[in-house]
Design a protein around this ligand. Sequence first.
Ligand SMILES: [Zn+2]
Length: 751
Amino acid sequence: MTKVKSISTKKSATVSKNKHAYDLSTALQDMFGFSQFKGDQEAIIHSLLNGNDTFVIMPTGGGKSMCYQLPAMLLDGVAVVVSPLIALMKNQVDLIRGYSSQDNIAHFLNSSLNKGQQKAVKADLLSGNTKLLYVAPETMTKEENISFFKDLNISFFAVDEAHCISEWGHDFRPEYRRLREMMDNINTSVPVIALTATATPKVQSDIVKNLGLRSPNIFISSFNRPNLMYEVLPKIKVDDTNKSIVRFIQSHKGKSGIIYTLNRKTTEELADMLKANGVKAVAYHAGLDGKLRATRQDQFLNEDVQVIVATIAFGMGIDKPDVRFVIHYNIPKSIENYYQETGRAGRDGLEGKCILYYSHKDVSKLEHFMRDKPLSEREVGAQLINETVSYAESSVCRRKTLLYYFGEHFDDSTSCGHCDNCLHPKEKVEARDEVITALKVISKLGENFNIEYVINILIGKLTPQVQMYRHENLDVFASGNDQDANFWNSLLRQMLLHELLEKDIVEYGLLKLTKKSKAFLKKPGSFKIVLNNTFENAQADEDEAAQATHAAGALDEALFESLKTLRKKVATEKKLPPFVIFLESSLEDMATMYPTTMEELEKISGVSKGKAIRYGKPFLDLIRAYVEENDIIRPDDFVMKSVANRKNNKIFIIQNVDKKIPLETIAKQKELRLDELLEEMETIVASGTKLNLNYAIEEMVDEYEQEEIIDYFKGCETSSLQVAQEELADSNFNWEQLKLMRIKFLCEYGN
Ligand SMILES: [Zn+2]
């Protein structure tokens, strides 16, 4: 859905009749080879050809550049395109030249050209053959260029990435603020088209104002990307997050993805961690030299690399249509950044998953980064971070929240079906009375305060600012203290989404009543809300999840097979069952963590110090040789923490077995299945701790059967319980019985 909308000018929403005589469809076909226009392109081009100032808000991939390229070709004179992306100008010019037989049809003028080159470009411009000229904003502001531009026949100015003009945008460029002045110096009668792929109502109004657009026709395309799936996950511990990412990527085999992080160091570390887990990944950040960056970008485009781990420096001008996932390892600085970056997924309209890992700690880190910035920038930055935090913590449809941010209303009467909050909706609570309380407070405060301040008044928090205004004396002070700050934050955010409140655009963030809120006060109705997720209770859940699926499937299959062969050989020599040497799960751990020293070996699950000394050496030799031969980078961090994690279960299990608690109960308390519990118990026993499970065995296995199984284990040559089951088929034992008996066997004969 696209719409024509005016922001500050309140003019009619239709473009006036065409004053020109160009046949756009034919021109599009002849010059660019396309048979039809996309979205609003045609109406936008008409507007510009009619000589109107025009403002285009269109998401990336919507065909923004055509809106000025085609009119530039048609009109007399040269169109001057202001773009902040010097690095991309050459590409853009090459693209245009590709449509023409003459190179002088398009040029760029910026600091990357030497004097001679600049002279040649200017000569072409004066000859009148050039239709499109790309310039950096700095070029426009140079005195010598201004007098040169005055002599040119300029068809129109196009200001690309127009959000750079606003400090509320995600990429503020102070030079953009001088563009109006420069354009006026050159020629006041030239029409202007401004374009951006992302703009909030605040940024939109800044653009119209600062660029001095004269009664512009404004075209806003929908920002909804229906094929993108949004999800926010808690980020508690680094190794759990890493495991979760590895698991996710491994379940998306061969599909391209981008992981965004805040700093260069993390890109390198994450890429190493992924490589160690068998994912083809590379790091990408501004600290790498240009050549290496270009190589890595190509590797990603050609799919020699599956995952690119990048700072925000990656992605400008990258057009890979089949990126299947975008993961944010840290919370982004603003919703605009988030939207831009997630927008790189699923450009082809097919699957695109967007996962954000959220933690309070990352928010503090972001705030910390801004510490040395000037006050005004810090205030703006803090507001933008706040919006992102509220997006992350919200239990409302992600799509609705994102689109609201861009001034678009998304009808959520039916679930969007493509975000975590719609797929797992939280229960709604009635908040009719609280809406009234909140509206009364805001009204009493003269509609002059922001969300945080209103909450402080509601809960009765005496801050220095409250004291300064003496608001503790208001009768509404603490009128909402039966609810906590999280409740009020949830409520106010959802009132905004439902237009029961609005934020002032000029004095950004001040809460104002609306028509709807006044109607609500007169005749209150039901208003149900979902409470925000505070991400405080999420820790336990995430821990359990990480433990339940141990080893994260990051197994090196080739190494695992070699280790199994070695174990078989050692077992035969020592005339012991293989599982007594090392458990299968211990070999799996080794093939994931690559231990190469005795110390590291002891950290592998199911390996005690004694066992490491007794059996470890040939295994370490094998792993060391393997690591060297295959240039494996070992995931140190990953090793240490995944081991520490399992210790909690270990102590719990030992204590409960001592108390003879039924196994089902222990399993339930740790949210494990019985088979998972037995696996953990076997690991504990294999590493040298005795567990007396007789109380449980008595319930499950008859005495004479116990003897039969133990005898079998004494002579068996396999660690497979399935084989054991087949060989003992006459007695028809189930897996749990055999597993329990093997744990008992390990206790008695294993160490
Ligand atoms: Zn949704």
